[in-house]
Ligand binder design. Sequence first.
Ligand SMILES: *[C@@H]1O[C@H](CO)[C@@H](O)[C@H](O)[C@H]1NC(C)=O
Length: 210
Amino acid sequence: MYLPLLFIFSLFFISSQGAVQDFCVADLSLPNGPAGYSCKKSAKVTENDFVYHGLSIAGNTTNIIKAAVTPGFDAQFPGVNGLGISIARLDLAVGGVIPFHTHPGASEILVVIQGTIYAGFISSFDNVVYLKTLNKGDVMVFPQGLLHFQVNPSKIPAIAFASFSSANPGLQITDFAFFKNDLPTELLAETSFLDVAQIKKLKGVLGGTN
Ligand SMILES: *[C@@H]1O[C@H](CO)[C@@H](O)[C@H](O)[C@H]1NC(C)=O
């Protein structure tokens, strides 16, 4: 008798504590942190906070990589804040390249919508390379933090969508990290074993100095 009563009481207690936070739409006027943005006051939340139109438009691929990544992370899409998910659109013109990059905060799952994408990542444990040609409808995962790339090897533009296991996956493009800042060339040569001439060339292309 006692145990069932306790059980029922526990259930009641749990459900009466059921003030579950349904969502935490980002208040973009406040800073982002490890736990995401602060929550917008629920009275101010509307359906528009849960809908993002940014991915309906093709990214501008007139650039050095002939490709564009359009993010739908918490900063662009406040509704994903706190949910541990986000999304992005990839447009790759003919010859387009999303250069080697990592998402420090998330794994990625990519689905090809149009064209062909040649994608790969490198394991951190033993530097094994995993490469695959992906056609329309194919899906590939890129484990959190690992270096990966996507290129368009075909004669038509490629489109893909990527989902992430974080509202704020982060994006660090390796070449930009190396060559698009004021890290001294000598130090970069010493620490990367790259030639000074190659470093200066890439700093010139990407806008780095020193
Ligand atoms: C795409 O970017 C290029 C280079 O910045 C620019 O000249 C062009 O106007 C842009 N196109 C569109 C449609 O925004």
